[in-house]
Design a protein around this ligand. Structure first.
Ligand code: ATP
Ligand code: LTN
Length: 350
C-alpha cells in the first residue's frame, strides 16, 4: 500500500445544503434576497440540492395550466439567478417519488398537535373555511421535513418565515432517530443576516409574498421591466417623519424596508447606507436610489431568463439531470426508512 496516500489528510467533505421554493406565483424580491441569492453565493462551497416544490404548491388550489407554466418559469429564474447545473442539483419535487413516500412515513411519527401549532398553518386556517381547506395544508411541514431529511442536509438556507418549519423538521428527525435508531442528520436553519424578511411595499406590516405578487404595488417581481420596478418603488408606503435612517419603530417600517433592500443589494453596512443618504432631500431621492440598485441587480437575471424560456427542451433536460441526482440520494434513504420501520422491501431476501 502506498504510505503517502494512507497519511494524506482527507479533504473535509462539503456541507450538504437543501432548500425549496414553491411555483406559486412570480418570484419576488423577498425570495431572491432572503433565499435564492444566498444559495447562488455559496454554491461553490457546498454540496447543493434545490427543489421546486410543486407538491407544496398544490396544498392550495392552483390552475393546472398556470402551475405547469410557473414550474418551468421558476426553474428558468433559478438558473438565470446564477444556480449552475454543474454545481447545484435543481429538480422538481414531483419528479422524485421518495418525497411523497417519505411524507407518508413521517406522517406516522408526527403528532398532529405539532402541526396544529405551526404559525403558518394557524395564519392560513384563520382566514379559511375548514370545510374547504385541504388536509395538505396541515401536512405541509411534514412534506417539507421529508424534503430535507431524505438528503441528510446539514444546512437549510431559508427566509425568516420558514425557521419554524425547519425546527419542526429537526424535531421529527430526532423523534424518528429515537424510535428507530440513528437514521437522519438533524438539520440547521441558515437565515441571512440581512434580507431575511422583506416586507410588502404596499403594506410594510406583512411580508412580501409571491402569491400576492400580482396585487399592484405589493412586490417587485424578478422579471419586471425597469419601468414597472420604478413605478412600484415610487408608490411604496413610507411615513411622514422624512428621516432616512434604520429604525425598528413599526410606524417607520416602510422606510426601514427600503433601506434594508438597498443594504443587502449593495452589501454596505448600515452606517454606510445611512451616509449614502445623508444629503438626500427626501423620500423621493431614497426611492430613486433603491429603484436603481434593484434594476441593475435584476437586469442580467431578466435577460438570462428570457433566453432560458426560449429553449424549454434544454430547461427540461437540466431538470432531468437534477432529478436523476436527487433520486440517487433519496431512493436509498427512503428504503432505509422503510427498513427501519419494518416494511418488507421488494426483492429483499429472507
Ligand atoms: P407564497 O406566497 O406562495 O407562500 P412565498 O413568496 O412566501 O410564496 P416561498 O416559495 O414560500 O415564497 O419561499 C421561498 C423562499 O423565499 C423561502 O426560503 C422563504 O423563506 C423565502 N421568502 C419568502 N418571502 C420572503 C420575504 N418576504 N423575505 C425574505 N425571504 C422570503
Ligand atoms: N415551505 C418552504 C418551501 C420548502 C422548503 C423545503 C424550504 C419546501 N420544502 C425544504 C426548505 C427546505 C417555503 O418557503 N414556503
Amino acid at each position: 500500500m502506498n504510505q503517502s496516500v494512507a497519511h494524506e489528510a482527507k479533504p473535509k467533505p462539503r456541507k450538504r445544503v437543501l432548500s425549496g421554493i414553491q411555483p406559486s406565483g412570480d418570484v419576488q424580491l423577498g425570495n431572491y434576497l432572503g433565499a435564492i441569492k444566498g444559495w447562488v453565493d455559496r454554491q461553490d462551497e457546498k454540496d447543493n440540492f434545490f427543489c421546486i416544490v410543486d407538491l407544496h404548491a398544490i396544498t392550495v388550489p392552483q390552475d393546472p395550466h398556470e402551475l405547469r407554466h410557473q414550474t418551468r418559469s421558476l426553474a428558468a429564474i433559478l438558473f438565470a439567478a446564477g444556480l449552475d447545473p454543474a454545481k447545484s442539483n435543481v429538480f422538481i419535487q414531483s419528479h422524485v417519488p421518495p418525497h411523497a413516500e417519505a411524507c407518508w412515513l413521517l406522517n406516522c411519527v408526527t403528532p398532529i398537535g405539532w402541526l396544529e401549532r405551526m404559525t403558518q398553518f394557524k395564519d392560513k386556517a384563520r382566514n379559511e373555511n375548514r370545510e374547504r381547506m385541504s388536509t395538505g395544508l396541515l401536512d405541509y411541514p411534514v412534506l417539507m421535513a421529508g424534503d430535507i431529511l431524505l438528503y441528510s442536509a446539514d444546512e437549510v438556507p431559508v427566509g425568516e418565515d420558514q425557521k419554524q418549519h425547519v425546527e419542526l423538521a429537526r424535531d421529527i428527525a430526532e423523534r424518528f432517530n429515537r424510535l428507530f435508531g440513528d437514521t437522519f442528520v438533524v438539520p440547521e436553519p441558515v437565515i441571512p443576516e440581512a434580507g431575511a424578511r422583506v416586507m410588502g411595499l404596499d403594506d410594510p406590516s406583512r411580508k412580501m409574498s409571491k402569491s400576492f405578487a400580482d396585487i399592484r404595488g405589493h412586490a417587485v417581481r424578478l422579471i419586471d421591466e425597469p419601468k414597472e420596478i420604478e413605478r412600484t418603488i415610487n408608490r411604496a408606503v413610507t411615513d411622514s417623519y422624512n428621516e432616512i435612517r434604520f429604525s425598528d419603530d413599526p410606524e417607520r417600517s416602510g422606510v426601514n424596508n427600503l433601506l434594508g433592500i438597498y443594504k443587502v443589494i449593495t452589501g454596505k453596512t448600515a452606517e454606510e447606507v445611512e451616509n449614502d443618504f445623508a444629503s438626500a432631500r427626501g423620500y423621493g431621492d431614497l426611492k430613486r436610489s433603491v429603484g436603481e440598485v434593484i434594476i441593475s441587480e435584476l437586469a442580467p437575471i431578466r435577460a438570462r431568463y428570457a433566453r432560458l424560456m426560449d429553449d424549454i427542451a434544454e430547461l427540461d433536460r437540466l431538470l432531468s439531470l437534477g432529478a436523476a441526482q436527487a433520486i440517487a440520494v433519496s431512493g436509498p434513504k427512503v428504503d432505509e426508512m422503510k427498513e427501519r420501520i419494518g416494511l418488507v422491501l421488494q426483492g429483499d431476501e429472507l
